[in-house]
Design a protein around this ligand. Structure first.
Ligand SMILES: C[S@@+](CC[C@H](N)C(=O)[O-])C[C@H]1O[C@@H](n2cnc3c(N)ncnc32)[C@H](O)[C@@H]1O
Length: 467
């Protein structure tokens, strides 16, 4: 029996016309798939009957389609979509997952073209189909796609590797669910891609009656063609360049909120970020009067930092008085997130200490790798279970300084891969015996090695260090 590789979810909420057409399109798919339809307690006349007949026809083999397992459930009224998505992914262990809106029309190669891309491109974690685009109104079998280098999100309808999914937190408000999914997909170290040869039509937020639905209630191609000019003329570029600040806030929330909180509480005026990559990921979200950024641009398409230098070169030039600042300029808060290898982090911390104001704070990212794979030396090796996620060997520097620097106060906040905090002061020297920096010893002693504290403890630490 052929292996079923993809499970599809469609949610119906008093929008049977849309669901029917979407199912009609799914029944033409050219590969086998499992389908779950969640009926959100619809009271629309004909819904129960339609779903009953569909199920019976499926069981009796009358559908003549590639649909393998059909599951139909009533979710109860307005159950949060986030929960529906989480449950669906938990219950379906196929390699790929498709979260489909019901107000879409899709081509017969909708699922297969996405899977082809995912098979061809190990770096691609999720695929979207070019949508409502006048340049792409016809489907064809020759695979065409584009891997998009910068982060993007396209509302619903992604097809992704199941292994990339993490449960959406229950307290996340409804409409951030898809932002969250996208941010987690990126966080898994993968990129997104658009398939071009299987475009889709999405009839725009038409999931609840009287909200976003077209007046006629129709949902066919002629309606699509009569959409507003603006919609008609959305370019492909416009589609994939949609970035929302919320997206990045969710992705990197902890370190950003810790840095902003420290700046606000201490009335700090100047911030330096070493290792920026894309300014929209963190730098732009920091609230501080004077902001400086350093990055040689190894990982970004566009390097729009102020100092396009390695951190070593930056501090060298700064110390020589060759930059637009005094040679002994001091920042209130310095975020070190550049090259994640111990010797470089050591240099970055020492250089930063020389340019830190009296009561300043150094923040160091990636101090608490969860596994040896995350703590590997080779950033480019994506063949371990950590995939593209890399914390590097930052932990070694942090641990070493905990053992050798009595005149610093250090702790690591246990969130967001370990957010290390350093200030001038004093600390009890760490006595964990790990002179050769063995990961397994670190793993057993990470609380003492790092002075690992909980997210709700760092404010207390800022005032009263505990050892
Ligand atoms: C993990 S990314 C930074 C992410 C960003 N700070 C954030 O919070 O989203 C690491 C960055 O460090 C930069 N980098 C690598 N080697 C560096 C070096 N020697 N000095 C400064 N930056 C470096 C890379 O170019 C990359 O953009």
């Amino acid at each position: 029996m052929e292996n079923i590789r993809i499970s599809v979810l469609v949610v119906n909420l008093n929008t049977l016309n849309y669901t029917k057409e979407c199912i009609e399109d799914l029944l033409t798919q050219d590969i086998r798939f499992n389908l779950t339809i969640i009926n959100q307690n619809s009271d629309e006349v004909g819904t129960e009957e339609y779903l009953d007949v569909l199920f019976k026809n499926h069981i009796n083999g009358n559908l003549g389609s590639n649909l393998h397992v059909l599951t139909i459930r009533n979710s109860g009224y307005n159950k949060p979509l986030n929960k529906i998505w989480n449950d669906f992914v938990t219950e379906n262990d196929t390699e790929f997952i498709c979260l489909l809106n019901n107000d879409v029309r899709i081509s017969p190669n909708f699922l297969s073209s996405a899977i082809q891309v995912l098979d061809n491109e190990p770096i691609v974690g999720f695929v979207n189909h070019v949508t409502n685009n006048k340049e792409y109104q016809h489907w064809y079998n020759k695979l065409e796609y584009e891997i998009i280098q910068q982060p993007f999100r396209q509302g619903w309808d992604p097809i992704f590797r199941r292994e990339c999914y993490s449960d959406i937190p229950e307290n996340l408000i409804l409409y951030f669910g898809d932002d969250y999914i996208y941010s987690k997909l990126y966080y898994s170290g993968y990129k997104g891609a658009y398939v071009l040869n299987s475009p889709m039509i999405h009839l725009c937020s038409a999931t609840t009656p009287n909200k976003g639905r077209f007046n006629t209630g129709d949902s066919d191609r002629s309606l699509y063609m009569s959409m507003t000019d603006v919609y008609h003329h959305l370019s492909f570029d416009e589609k994939f360049s949609k970035l929302t600040p919320e997206f990045f806030k969710i992705l990197h929330n902890d370190r950003i909120s810790i840095i902003n909180d420290i700046i606000e509480k201490n009335n700090f005026k100047s911030y330096l970020e070493i290792g920026v990559r894309n300014t929209f990921e963190c730098f732009d979200l920091i609230n501080c009067e004077i902001k400086d950024s350093v990055d040689p641009g190894f990982e970004s398409e566009i390097n729009n930092v102020k100092y396009t230098l390695t951190s070593d070169e930056f501090f060298k030039q700064l110390n020589l008085g060759n930059l637009d600042k005094d040679f002994d300029y001091k920042w209130d808060i310095i975020f070190i997130d550049g090259l994640h290898l111990s010797y470089q982090v050591d240099l970055d911390i020492r250089n930063s200490l020389n340019h830190l104001s009296k009561n300043g704070i150094i923040v160091v990212h990636d101090c608490n790798p969860p596994t040896l794979h995350h703590a590997r030396e080779d950033y480019s090796n994506h063949d371990t279970p950590a995939k593209g996620i890399w914390n590097g060997t930052v932990w070694k520097t942090f641990f070493k300084m905990r053992c050798t620097e009595p005149n610093l106060d250090m702790c690591v906040v246990d969130c967001d891969w370990g957010v290390g905090l350093i200030k001038k002061g004093s600390q009890k020297i760490c006595e964990v015996n790990n002179p050769y920096f063995e990961y397994s010893i670190f793993d057993k002693n990470r609380v003492n090695s790092l002075n690992l504290i909980k997210l709700n403890q760092y404010q207390e630490w800022l005032i009263n260090p505990f050892y």
